[in-house]
Write a protein that binds this ligand. Structure first.
Ligand code: CP
Length: 316
């Protein structure tokens, strides 16, 4: 077991060996998790979900992961906290840490907030999504899902389509997938791709049809209207017409190709409902795997020695 250190801020901080260790732990947790058994690696420890932005999947799966590891939870809702009275991020975090929890899971609309907290609090910090920057556990769970479904990430053509410029999911995925040897391509309207996509180490095209026949994996991203100063495509309908995955485009995929989406899905925009719910879609597998990956990350930062010992026992 290779430890990932005290904090998880960026997928870029992880070596291939560390990613592989997290995947091995996630796989080992899948048996107990699906049988409803607790693995008591966080017993006596408290995890705080410090979410300053809306979330369904990430927040809930960190909660489920904490419970499955026997840990306690301190929930935090911005709207009913003193943040609503003007308290700063650092004061809020310091006051919560003074109550003695063991880990902060942080989501914030400002890129860099979780990293900033690592310099100001004495407990592990996990980035659960910070603005345009990163969403490392999403990148990990997506790559884990690809390995689970296709056997390996190495050599696979992964096409990420959508709002690459504003997407923390794309950034973390590119970092993890390239480290594991995937051939990544990005696609979307010119206004939603970064100015030099090649600088990310990926191929790109503005036309989805040119990429789909070679794709093993298509990852559709949500159109993030909340992160754009103004609408950067003429209309949602036009986005859907050129970059949405509908039945005709799904038919260009080779047999066995899979479709991912980090959620929440704008049905009829990024994915037609029949594609989102169709045979190529692994969206709900991503959600289940999110619990396993978050168990692996929480155990790795909060109790690395305990995790190592448990994995040895689980293997024997
Ligand atoms: N994938 C993801 O981050 O979803 P939530 O915003 O619901 O957490």
């Amino acid at each position: 077991m290779s430890s990932i250190g005290n904090h998880l801020i960026s997928a870029g901080q992880l070596s291939e060996k560390e990613i592989r260790s997290l995947f091995a732990a996630a796989k080992a947790f899948s048996g107990p998790a699906s049988r409803g058994e607790t693995v008591p690696l966080l017993q006596g420890k408290t995890v705080v979900n410090l979410f300053f932005e809306a979330s369904t999947r990430t927040r809930s799966s960190f909660e489920v992961a904490t419970r499955k590891l026997g840990g306690g939870l301190m929930a935090f809702a911005t709207s009913s906290s003193s943040v609503a009275k003007g308290e700063t991020l650092i004061d809020t975090a310091k006051n919560i840490v003074a109550m003695g929890p063991h880990c902060l899971v942080v989501r914030h609309s400002s890129a860099g907030s979780p990293e900033f907290l690592t310099r100001n609090v004495s407990i592990p910090v996990i980035n659960a999504g910070d603005g345009f920057h990163e969403h490392p556990t999403q990148g990990l769970l997506d790559a884990y899902t690809i390995e689970e479904k296709l056997g390996s990430v190495s050599g696979k053509r992964v096409v990420i389509v959508g709002d690459i410029a504003h997407s923390r999911v794309a950034r973390s995925n590119i970092l993890v997938l390239r480290k594991l040897g995937a051939r990544v391509a990005v696609c979307g309207p010119p206004t939603l791709l970064p100015p030099h996509p090649q600088a990310l180490g990926v191929d790109f095209s503005y036309r989805l049809e040119t990429l789909l026949p070679d794709a093993d994996v298509v990852m559709a991203l949500r159109i993030q209207l909340e992160r754009q100063n103004r609408m950067q495509v003429p209309s949602v309908a036009e986005y859907s017409q050129y970059w949405g995955i509908n039945r005709e485009r799904a038919q260009l995929l080779k047999k066995g190709a899979i479709i991912l989406h980090p959620g929440p899905v704008n049905r009829g925009v990024e994915l037609d409902p029949e594609v989102a719910d169709g045979p190529n879609s692994v969206i709900l597998d991503q959600v289940f795997n999110g619990v396993l990956i978050r168990m692996a990350v929480l155990a790795s930062v909060c109790n690395p020695e305990g995790l190592k010992a448990w994995l040895q026992t689980a293997r024997s």
